[in-house]
Design a binder for this molecule. Structure first.
Ligand code: BT5
Length: 281
């Protein structure tokens, strides 16, 4: 019976491959005990035809990356640091929606495996109790306007019991929130199962028409006041959820000569962050 501590169990490539309940995603895993960034490796694999569905997984990253060149803290033994290689027949302009599809999958898997009330923070974070438990980084390459690959990097804080000083106010782990350590392999398998399912739904229309309601139900800021931080400007509004292209709709009030008008703005992911009025969420 007794609860065992998975922190001491290494991720093992063949064991994980066997535990996948998917048709294609992560049926082949490329495992590293230490790597600079699984996204970097995945890009190499993405250039080689036939690697659709390969998962790059690392026990530790020494140069894990977030968006806009930010760092991603990826210590050994406690996290899930992985990148899925996709080579879909997809319009390059539609590939950024894969982040939304992945976020939906990770959020559902975390809820399913841990019972925690996790939420999606548009576009690429999963949060529990207002702190970030997962970040997603999608990157892609095109050749002659055709998508060569899209790679989806997923970092989940699983069994960390503490974070470095600069992260401790905004980052958390499943262990810290759920008060028990969990089997990382079970969570990886469930993320892949959900991801493959939602991905198939997404590919049929190349938009989020069938997924957006579910996504919005799980959106942490839904109908709440948010601040949108763009490169050179910041504004506030109410987050109304995403539309079928993954754009976040925000209701803002603008002052005009003879009063105020309400405008619905579409926020496109990229160089933009969403914050709560008082903090991270
Ligand atoms: C992200 O960027 O959230 C995308 C993170 C993607 C990480 C995965 S791990 C596997 C794959 N390989 C990689 O090299 N990357 C992917 P962004 O929204 O820019 O958030 C980055 C910010 O999150 C940093 O500036 C920190 O403030 C914070 N942060 C860094 N490490 C964190 C962690 N482990 N947990 C929570 N927050 C973290």
């Amino acid at each position: 019976m007794g609860e065992y501590n998975n922190q001491h169990y290494q991720l093992d490539q063949t064991i994980i491959e066997k535990r996948m309940q998917t048709k294609c995603f992560a049926k082949r895993i490329q495992y590293y005990s230490e790597v600079d960034s699984t996204n970097r490796i995945a890009k190499e694999l993405g250039k080689v035809p036939g690697n659709h569905g390969v998962l790059v997984l690392a026990e530790q990253q020494n140069a894990g990356r977030g968006r806009l060149g930010r760092n991603w803290n990826s210590p050994s033994g406690n996290g899930i640091w992985m990148t899925l290689v996709l080579q879909p027949n997809l319009h390059p302009g539609h590939a950024s929606m894969l982040t939304i599809v992945a976020a939906l999958a990770v959020n559902n898997a975390i809820r399913n495996i841990t019972g925690l009330d996790s939420f999606i923070k548009w576009p690429n974070d999963i949060v529990v109790n207002g702190k970030k438990v997962c970040g997603i980084l999608t990157e892609m390459n095109t050749i002659n306007e055709k998508l060569e690959y899209a790679i989806i990097g997923i970092g989940v804080n699983v069994n960390q019991d503490k974070f470095p000083e600069e992260l401790k106010d905004t980052a958390t782990s499943i262990l810290l929130e759920g008060k028990r350590s969990i089997d990382r392999i079970e969570l990886i398998a469930d993320i892949m199962k959900h991801f493959e399912f939602y991905y198939d739904v997404f590919l049929k229309t190349e938009n989020l028409i069938k997924l957006k309601d579910l996504y919005n139900e799980n959106l942490v800021n839904l109908n709440r006041q948010v601040r949108i931080l763009e490169k050179d400007m910041e504004y506030a509004g109410i987050a109304l959820g995403i539309n079928e292209t993954g754009v976040l709709l925000v209701k803002t009030v603008e002052t005009v000569e003879d009063g105020e008008i309400t405008i619905i703005k579409g926020v496109v992911s990229g160089e933009v962050s969403v914050r709560g009025i008082y903090g991270y969420v």
